[in-house]
Design a protein around this ligand. Structure first.
Ligand code: G6P
Length: 608
């Protein structure tokens, strides 16, 4: 996830670009850059680090003359956050310059084709491919070049483009990444999101998929991919700037919950090709996969919960023994890591001190480390042997939601790949799992759509003192995360239990009205967990059940039902966690707490 802006008009462009980028920094903040046309030349300034670096280099934009320009704030996806990889990107002649938000999924293929034509690449980014592709198709007509390039690019993109030979125009285009444009009193402006332009206009045009915009200081024209002109109506924005940064949501957490369908899809889409799981870039050969004797999964917090889920999947699907460890425990014992162990570290930030220490310990013992990480170029990403990036984009709320969901997807894909290579699942079974995975974003969306019902339920429990979560197998792992979400942002004590353990102690805490949340997504375990529900019911607990649509067994014993759509049994966590995230969110909201910044907690725990 990145932020783009562009301006063409009567005023100096660079200060407007920097101002807009500052408002988009929540979309990415590992590098930034601007490019401005002036006096027959496109000048570019870009650097790794926060936007302030570019602001300092340009005297807050004042040193860059020119009234047409584009800018970018980056959240690295392809290539680490270095100066060279920062946007904008040029073609070789420096006559076309591009900023990009999104992911070009077929960039490797396009890159090798372009290299075959003699194009040289400076960066590791997918975006540089766009600049060269436009160059390849440019024969004097920018619209033609853009339309032809669009027909070759797969994936998502919002682009701002300047052609040196057309300095009176600024071009923009989008597919599956957000883009808005607007007329200001003195020009035209484009951005990834509303906050960047609120200081200049409140009337915006939302650009739809595969639409092209040609802007000048005084005009704005819209075209479809066939260069046919379109008529569009502006929309008036009433939000204030603060609300706009959160996309109109009151808290980032709810925004991020809502971003899950896209984040999940962005994580699996580039890795599914022709009905197989493609992890070629990870440098993990089929032979190595066949030789794995044990997986040792290490992480902290919610990332550890995805590891707990993954244990059932790697074992059940791929037949590989799995040990799951808390990083803070792993690092202070002498873990036995036999030959053929693959260590999997999971971390959103890639900077968690205990996880990093665990990685170093494993490497010292000569064990190969695969990291599932969200932040490109982070310490864990740099030090791991293999990195599987999740595509959640920046996560601001301390309580993780979308990064957690993307980590689950990473595990599913790895387990499917391992199982297939090791002959544990057939081509047909793999294909079925892939199509079940493709349905997850839509199903997550459906569950998010039921948020008002969850909010009504949440409002009844604002004064709860204790909440108990229980489940078996994957449902136990889901319970762990549901419980953590609730306690960290609502300050209500809650715990998660493997349902069979209840009778070994916890049941003594159950009293009249205690809220018990039971998770039942695993068909073979329904009956067992139902009998645990009966046990707590007979101690007068109030039981909320989260289960599959088809399960009618729990209805007779539950007090409140939440149904999730059917999916592959290994993917159930991706759906069952949604109502639990919403429950935690609405309880915290109802209590008037700071949902995004719970007391005593930090997003990234870089100390022990
Ligand atoms: C903190 C965050 C959690 C996260 C954990 C591990 O406690 O609040 O959301 O799960 O750290 O962080 P990591 O960045 O390694 O995933």
């Amino acid at each position: 996830m990145c932020g783009i802006v562009g301006y063409i008009g009567e005023k100096q462009a660079a200060p407007i670009l920097l101002d807009g980028l500052a408002r988009l920094e929540y979309r990415g903040y590992d590098s930034a850059g601007v490019a401005v046309y002036h006096d027959g030349k496109i000048e570019m300034v870009k650097a790794s680090g926060r936007l302030s670096v570019v602001a300092d280099m340009t005297d807050n934009g004042k040193s860059l003359k020119g009234t047409v320009g584009i800018g970018h704030t980056r959240w690295a996806t392809h290539g680490s956050p270095t100066d060279v990889n920062a946007h904008p990107h040029f073609n070789e002649k420096e006559s076309i310059v591009v900023v990009h938000n999104g992911i070009i999924e077929n960039f490797q293929r396009l890159k090798s084709i372009l290299m075959g034509y003699g194009y040289a690449f400076l960066s590791d980014t997918d975006t540089e491919v766009i600049a060269h592709l436009l160059d390849f198709y440019y024969k004097g007509n920018p619209l033609d070049a853009i339309s032809k390039a669009m027909q070759r690019m797969e994936g998502s993109y919002a682009l701002g483009i300047i052609f040196k030979e057309f300095p009176d125009n600024l071009f923009a285009v989008r597919k599956d990444s957000p883009l808005i444009v607007g007329k200001t009193s003195d020009g035209s402006i484009l951005a990834s999101d509303v906050p960047a332009i609120l200081n200049y206009t409140r009337d915006v045009y939302y650009i739809e998929n595969e639409e092209i915009v040609r802007m000048s200081a005084s005009s704005m024209e819209f075209f479809n991919i066939d260069e046919k002109e379109l008529i569009k109506e502006p929309v008036h924005i009433n939000w204030d700037a603060d609300a706009a940064e959160k996309g109109g949501y009151e808290f980032f957490m709810l925004k991020e919950i809502n971003e899950q369908p896209k984040a999940v899809s962005d994580t699996f889409s580039p890795r599914i090709k022709n009905d197989i799981v493609d992890i070629e870039d990870l440098n993990l050969s089929d032979e190595e996969i066949r030789n794995i004797n044990k997986l040792h999964v290490v992480a902290c917090g919610s990332a550890w919960h995805t590891g707990m889920t993954a244990k059932y999947i790697y074992e059940g699907l791929a037949g590989i023994p799995v040990e799951v460890d808390l990083a803070s425990e792993f690092r202070y014992r002498d873990p036995i890591l036999p030959e053929g162990t693959l260590l999997i570290i999971i971390s959103q930030s890639g900077e968690t001190a205990d996880s990093l220490a665990a990685l170093r310990l494993a490497k010292k013992k000569g064990i190969k480390v695969l990291a599932i990480v969200n932040v490109v170029g982070s310490s864990i990403a740099r030090e791991a042997d293999i990195v599987f990036y999740t595509m959640a984009g920046p996560e601001i709320a301390v309580a993780t939601t979308k990064a957690y969901s993307c980590q689950l997807i990473a595990h599913y894909l790895l387990a499917m790949k391992f199982a297939h290579v090791r002959g544990k699942i057939s081509d047909v079974e793999l294909k079925e799992m892939i199509s079940a995975m493709r349905e997850l974003p839509g199903k997550i969306n459906t569950l998010i759509g039921e948020k008002e019902r969850i909010q009504r339920f949440a409002n009844r429990y604002l004064a709860a003192k204790d909440v108990f979560f229980m489940g078996r197998g994957i449902d136990y792992a889901i319970s762990l995360e549901g419980s953590l979400k609730l306690k960290e942002i609502s300050y209500i004590h809650s715990d998660a239990y493997a349902a069979g353990e209840l009778k070994h102690g916890t049941i003594s805490l159950i009293e009249d009205g205690s809220l018990v949340i039971a998770i039942l997504t695993q068909k073979d375990l329904y009956a067992k967990t139902v009998s645990n529900i009966v046990e707590v019911k007979s101690r007068k607990a109030f039981v909320m059940v989260v289960t599959n649509e088809s399960n009618k067994e729990a209805e007779s014993v539950a007090d409140y039902m939440v149904y999730i759509p059917e999916t592959n049994k290994y993917f159930a966590n991706s759906l069952a966690i949604i109502p639990l995230q919403l429950l935690a969110y609405y309880i915290s909201l109802g209590k008037g707490l700071d949902v995004d910044k719970p007391r005593n907690l930090a997003k990234s725990v870089t100390v022990e």
